[in-house]
Design a protein around this ligand. Structure first.
Ligand code: NAD
Length: 499
């Protein structure tokens, strides 16, 4: 992929884009049954990119019926895993051939820097889809260790129709974490992208059919959460629902399952992750760089954002100075400029929400050390300066609630137990990190932190081979790694009596 292209290149390329704007059901683009559309707005400058079909319960029902038909027909669900692999790898090759187009669509749709969509979102998405395609014909079933007169076959079967509801912060990447294992395992999928970010999902579905995925195996219904999202959660013929998004909406999906057909729900939800810097941190400069990255990458719109910085009181000032020096270089800019490291907030609503939290932080008595304001207002886009609060009360809203923006809350502690106690004092449990030279302190803290991901002397090390997901109200079920396949399959035990 051409990472070093210029702002002018991407602006010119934008003019040539052909947006897919209708729902993708049963292998083709169709308007919403209601005929309704909604504005797809670019947060770069507030302009309307396209009018996108506003799917609701009727469209979800059509998509689920198509997915069910495809599943029952068996042309995908009963295909040998090695053959599914071949189709999926062809899809990955097509996506790779369109990687620049997809990266540009993503940048325009959600305002993240083109440098990140070309350098991170696309490569990581492609790697994920390729990894599951390559894995699926290496997954074996089991035979139970019973006596000689019985054969207990333990086989994994695809669950059937999978509903996937995803957020806007990494639209392609979050979708790939669901699509990779769900499709490889032989399911049919109905994907509901976030209303802020429908464009790439529609394009990759079209390319999947071009690669040979049978019609109906992968459908995309754009629309709003309260209508299309709820209809998928409540549908009586969806077997499993995989969700990434806020904790509040995750709870709705549990309710929807209870009110409908008890579909299996898995949830990847919010976070308020502690980044703990002990006094014996082995490298303050590196830790400060990572801590800045942990909260400002992707404009802070990251579920694992290190939004609570817990620093030993004895080194707090030295650490904050280093961190703010890094943040100074991360000023928001035009996301289409390859030099830009920080882009726009996804929409006006999210920008206002984050600015509201900044006001709440000030009102609650925290010290604003940098940022705190909107940037580039004249552009019409939604930009916020990297913001650092110090002296934050661990019980304050900005220390407890997920802001999902470039706002760091600094809290100091006096010893290890204090750090662990404050670190765990949240409803969330997605990620955490601890920096120390002492292996005992590192292991004790890592074990005591109630989080699905813990980094020691690092932040955001990750790989498709390792599971990703949270404790507590950050959700349950894991994306990535072979463990994710469990969400999209069910175990069947077949007893064979040997006579
Ligand atoms: P959101 O919960 O508002 O929306 C997520 C999805 O749910 C969207 O597709 C939306 O349309 C849909 N939705 C919204 N309301 C709904 C309803 N009433 N019924 C059914 N569906 C509904 O989240 P968001 O603002 O798009 O994304 C930000 C959130 O996602 C943050 O909380 C973030 O932490 C979380 N997230 C978590 C992970 C993870 O892996 N744990 C990854 C990325 C984002």
């Amino acid at each position: 992929m051409a990472a070093a292209l210029t702002l002018e290149h991407w602006q010119a390329r934008k003019a040539t884009l052909d947006y897919r704007t209708q729902a993708f059901i049963d292998g083709r683009f169709v308007p919403a049954r209601s005929g309704k559309t909604f504005d797809c707005v670019s947060p770069i400058d507030g302009s309307v990119l396209a009018q996108v079909a506003e799917g609701d319960a009727a469209d979800i029902d059509l998509a689920v019926k198509s997915a069910r038909r495809a599943f029952e027909a068996g042309s995908w669900s009963r295909l040998a895993p090695a053959k599914r692999k071949r189709v999926l790898l062809k899809w990955v090759a097509l996506l790779r051939a369109h990687a620049d187009e997809l990266a540009l669509l993503e940048t325009l749709d959600v305002g993240k820097p083109i440098r990140d969509t070309t350098g991170v979102d696309l490569p990581v998405t492609l790697n994920c889809l390729q990894w599951y395609a390559e894995a699926i014909d290496k997954v074996y079933d089991e035979i139970a260790p019973t006596g000689p007169d019985q054969l207990g076959l333990i086989t994994r079967e695809p669950v059937g129709v999978v509903g996937a509801v995803v957020p806007w912060n990494f639209p392609l990447l979050m979708s790939s974490w669901k699509l990779g294992p769900a499709l490889a395992a032989g399911n049919s999928v109905v994907l509901k992208p976030a209303e802020q970010s429908p464009l790439t999902a529609l394009r990759i579905a079209e390319l999947a059919v071009e690669a040979g995925l049978p019609d109906g195996v992968f459908n995309v219904v754009p629309g709003f959460g309260e209508t299309a999202g709820a209809a998928l959660g409540l549908h009586m013929d969806v077997d499993a629902l995989t969700f990434t998004g806020s904790t509040q909406v995750g709870k709705y999906f549990l309710e929807y399952a209870g009110r409908s057909n008890m579909k299996a729900v898995s949830l990847e939800c919010g976070g308020k992750s502690p980044h703990i810097i002990m006094a014996d941190c082995p490298d303050l400069d590196l830790a400060a760089k990572k801590a800045a990255f942990a909260i400002f990458y992707n404009q802070g719109e990251v579920c694992t954002a290190g939004s609570r910085l817990l620093v030993d009181a004895s080194i707090k000032e030295a650490f904050l100075e280093r961190l703010m020096a890094v943040a100074q270089r991360l000023r928001p800019g035009n996301p289409l400029d390859p030099k830009t490291a920080m882009g726009a907030m996804v929409d006006r609503g999210q920008m206002d929400r984050v600015l509201g939290y900044i006001e709440a932080g000030k009102a609650e008595g925290a010290t604003l050390r940098m940022g705190g304001t909107r940037a580039h207002e004249a552009s019409g886009g939604y930009y916020i300066e990297p913001t650092v609060f110090d002296n934050v009360d661990p019980k304050a809203r900005i220390a407890q609630e997920e802001i999902f923006g470039p706002v760091l809350s600094t809290i100091s502690f006096t010893d290890e137990d204090d750090a662990i106690r404050i670190g765990n004092d949240t409803i969330y449990g997605l990620a955490a990190a601890v920096w120390t030279r002492d292996i005992n302190k590192a292991l004790k803290t890592a074990k005591a932190l109630r989080a699905g991901l813990v980094w020691v002397n690092g932040w955001d090390e990750d790989d498709i081979t390792a599971p990703f997901g949270g404790f507590k109200q950050s959700g349950f079920g894991r994306d990535r790694s072979l463990h994710a396949i469990a969400k999209y399959t069910q175990l069947k035990t077949t007893w064979i009596t040997i006579r």
